[in-house]
Ligand binder design. Structure first.
Ligand SMILES: Nc1ncnc2c1ncn2[C@@H]1O[C@H](COP(=O)(O)OP(=O)(O)OP(=O)(O)O)[C@@H](O)[C@H]1O
Ligand SMILES: [Mg+2]
Length: 279
């Protein structure tokens, strides 16, 4: 287990203590029969990587230009950058919602560049998109049930774990998700993604539009999820706060990697501070 940062005043330094209650380190066992003894190409590489991805929407121009984003086992990776930089596009490319014209996506060493988003979910990817990430007319519990759509086993334990993680969702489980506050809706969206027992979680702006207090709470919950052993790749508008909890950070500008480093390195970089962190 890699130690986080320098350990200096690090409130989340014990994140490596993993109980694997939500994590599914063995994969989707009962859903997709797995070839046994299958070898993985790069056991030491990142758990999930979109590697030098170039591509755009439909027949439109390239939005991503040799863009790389990745997350290692047991870590939180954060993507920041100005509006329109291509952060969501990069996430969609990793999730298979966009054809990459060159480059590749690998999960646990396996090339998954050609797989559909559904197939990637079956492989263990959970994705919470930036918008339209819940069913507003359905109840909280129905939203979580929808998240379990690929599972044929009993998912009640997972639901109980999600209610432990987000107690407010248990209180409001019979309410329409659309009636919830912004922060609570984001909890529904993350909970829905966790229902598949993902091996890696991708979050696009999980704290968009919430107050600073709610943002802190959501970050704490995200750290808790990471502690259960699920690597997290997330886009964040609250760059400074996000880089504080990031093992790895990526600054994207115009579809390309402008700066990459540990969260601490980026926070300390004068150029990153001046251009992206407000000085
Ligand atoms: N569905 C789409 N079809 C065509 N172009 C798109 C589509 N979605 C985004 N774009 C374009 O791709 C570029 C990058 O957008 P993207 O949403 O990835 O940026 P972002 O970094 O996530 O921005 P924000 O911080 O506002 O969420 C923009 O020029 C945008 O207009
Ligand atoms: Mg975006």
């Amino acid at each position: 287990m890699k130690k986080r940062g320098g350990g200096m005043s690090d409130p989340y330094g014990d994140r490596g203590n993993k109980d694997r209650s939500i994590a599914n380190s063995e994969g989707q066992g009962s859903v997709m029969p797995k070839a046994s003894g299958k070898s993985h190409a790069a056991p030491g590489g990142p758990f999930l990587i979109g590697d030098t991805m170039t591509g755009g929407y439909g027949k439109g121009p390239d939005i991503l230009h040799a863009c790389t984003i990745a997350v290692e086992r047991g870590e939180i990776a954060v993507i920041v950058g100005p509006n329109g930089a291509g952060k969501s596009t990069a996430m969609k490319a990793v999730f298979g919602m966009l054809d990459v014209r060159s480059g590749s996506v690998r999960l646990d060493g396996e090339d998954i560049t050609g797989l559909s988003p559904q197939a990637r979910v079956a492989k263990g990817m959970g994705f919470v998109p930036q918008t339209s990430n819940i069913f507003t007319s359905m109840t909280v519990e129905e939203n979580l049930e929808m998240g379990a759509f690929i599972r044929r086993d009993d998912y009640r334990d997972t639901m109980a774990q999600i209610y432990d993680l987000f107690p407010i969702l248990k209180d409001k489980r019979h309410q329409a998700a659309g009636e919830l506050s912004g922060g609570q809706r984001q909890q529904v969206a993350v909970g829905r993604a966790l229902m598949t027992k993902p091996k890696v979680l991708m979050l696009d702006e999980p704290t968009a539009g919430v107050s600073p207090i709610v943002m802190d709470e959501l970050f704490d919950r995200i750290i808790e999820v990471a502690r259960t052993g699920i690597p997290i790749l997330m886009v964040e508008q609250n760059a400074r706060q996000a880089l504080e909890i990031a093992d790895k950070g990526y600054v994207l500008v115009q579809g390309t990697n402008a700066f990459t480093g540990t969260g601490k390195e980026l926070l300390a970089d004068p150029e990153v501070r001046k251009s992206f962190l407000g000085g």
